[in-house]
Design a binder for this molecule. Sequence first.
Ligand code: HEM
Length: 442
Amino acid sequence: MTKPTATPATYVDDYLGELGPDDADITSHDVYSAGVPHATFARLRTEDPVHWTDEADGSGFWSILRYDDCLNVSRDYDTFSSAAGIRLEEMSSEETEARRTMMELDPPDHTRYRRLVSKGFTRRTVESYEEAIRELAIEVVERALQKDAFDFVHDIAEELPMRMLGRLLGTDDEDGRKLVAWGDALLGNTDPDFTDFPVDLTDTEAFRMVPFRSPASIQIFQYAQEQADKRRGCPGHDVISQLLEPTTDGTPLSDLEFNNFFTLLVAAGNDTTRYTMTHGIWTMLNHPHLWKAWQNDPSLTDTAVEEILRTSSVTMHFRRTATRDVELRGKQIKAGDKVVVWFNSANHDDEAFENPWRFDLGRERNDHMAFGRNGPHLCLGAWLARMEVRLVFQELMKRVDHFEPDGEPSYLRSNFIAGIKHLPVRVVRPGTMKPGTMKESN
Ligand code: HEM
């Protein structure tokens, strides 16, 4: 056990009201429309940390719920492979092949693809973009703050990741909204607000060979090819140009591989960062003394961002498939079984985090798994996402006394991504607070 890290003025320990039911069906997309059922994950983590769930339309799966087990499964890609798919969805081998990206590959094949773009996302490279990202953040924040009340998601959280990803990819700013709508349709492929073809509510058979079984993938493929055509013969310094270069074995990606890779970046690079920022603001709305403590002590910024990442755990799970029979905590996992690593559960494991339900702005030891950890698939965009979250909070804190809620949040219908779709907020500007109106907790 680590020693408690928080100072009383900076922590929150009243998450308990927000934990949801303890007997939820963790596979049901509808359940998550009311928020993540943390209490269910907490119960399973204690009672049955390697838990089997039957599926009506699938083979069933193991849930890995403890931090250490999630770490070991992520690390041991020989035993827990990504090659047969990384979502709960059952796919034929033909579908898996058609939709394969580097996420559905194990080393050494995975490494060949990842190396194509990894240089563009290292900590050092991302740090070199800091001023550019800050400028974008200032522009986005100042535009939103022209209004006294707005949807935080639409006006701030959605804007920055989309525009930054566009800069990295080398696409035109005016294409940003289109890319966001497509990205939403992919990661929100179970939410009727984001697609006319939610996978479990409509017939998506016609799209089974494209990523996320989503018609948006067909539009993205077309756009990706147009972007590739523009760069063939006159490459730029952008990520799309890097994707067109030969891989380490000397051959370039096929059109299908390129399209799938581009689609992966659009899907992964937009919504996750947006939802993380929004979860952070939602926490601050519920616990305004956190905002104040952070505003008064900017040295908390790095640890505060990590705590937002841990507590929001936007990408809730990825799946692996066992390649051999293996025993885990006394459970017999058979070769071919689906094994789901629940990052959100790992991040609230009391064996890994002292008082996991406490939001601690200064948490010292925070080896969270929001981006995965120790495995080959560790999030490519982790440094970019961290920087975007940090800059948005820094620029907001300079301009806003604090935010107040202006309505209820609405949650994404998805067992995969913990998203807040809308978050109405009201701005309280510096100097407009009446003395004594800010509730001090703790
Ligand atoms: C806060 C925001 C984000 C979160 C929570 C997040 C989370 C994750 C997680 C959990 C994984 C899988 C890790 C594993 O299986 O071990 C992952 C992989 C990935 N992420 Fe992120 N991500 C975020 C932002 C981004 C951004 C901005 C990009 C930019 C393009 C990105 C691109 C990717 C890619 C390409 C992969 C696959 C890596 C591979 O297979 O080698 N992510 N992310």
